[in-house]
Design a binder for this molecule. Sequence first.
Ligand code: ZN
Ligand code: ZN
Length: 259
Amino acid sequence: MRLQFLGSGGAFPDYRINYNNNAIIETEQGWILLDCGQTASQSLGELGIHPCEIAAILITHMHCDHASPQALIWQRYYSSKKGPPGFLSTPIYSPPDVMELLIGAMAPYVGIYNDETSKIRTDGESTLIECHPTNTCTFGNVEFEFFPVHHVHQGEVDKPAYGVRITQGETRVYWSGDTIYSPDWICDAASDPKTRTIFHECTFSPLISGTAHTHYEELLQLPKEVLEKMVLMHHTLVPEGIDIHPMQGAAARHQVFTW
Ligand SMILES: [Zn+2]
Ligand SMILES: [Zn+2]
């Protein structure tokens, strides 16, 4: 399995330092884009990957650093002169509750458009977006399974948000998505003998009672054998003076992981 980070930053990084926390996974059907934030097209361009080469986008939740596919959708549709044949719709996969929100949000952006004959049309959502509301999908021999996590959660309010379990043969990695500290699934994931790496979001901001993200200090409560499988992400920068050696590491922009 091969996964490459487009960025490992949070929602508001200085783009000269890091990009939104998105990644691409190689499959026999092409690249799968795991979340599509505002910086995805820029980061792909730096890697020499044209948006038309993306086989599908998976979306974990509705935040700007994860679910901003407008630019990429337009590039796939209108960039035929430069890249591979254009006028491509964009296959998007996400759990049904996220998909409903996403399509509702995208409709004003792509609903009315110019088609390849310069005719103005009003069926943009269904033409430019190929919508797949689902909790599992497979590309080549790589299987993706969304699992629910708590993100922006308090009382009855729980924003629809998901992590992703990615399996190829005997190799499995977990992608936490954006989540508050939830040791139960992390420990289950770590005890799964197939699991090679748990990519987990992490913030180094001062510890407050978590309603959106996971603090570094919270992760340090986990057993050593769990931390050894963990790679931090969504942190933008590891602050100077912090030793993350209990973990496998902290992902950097454009870093490649292979198993
Ligand atoms: Zn985020
Ligand atoms: Zn988020």
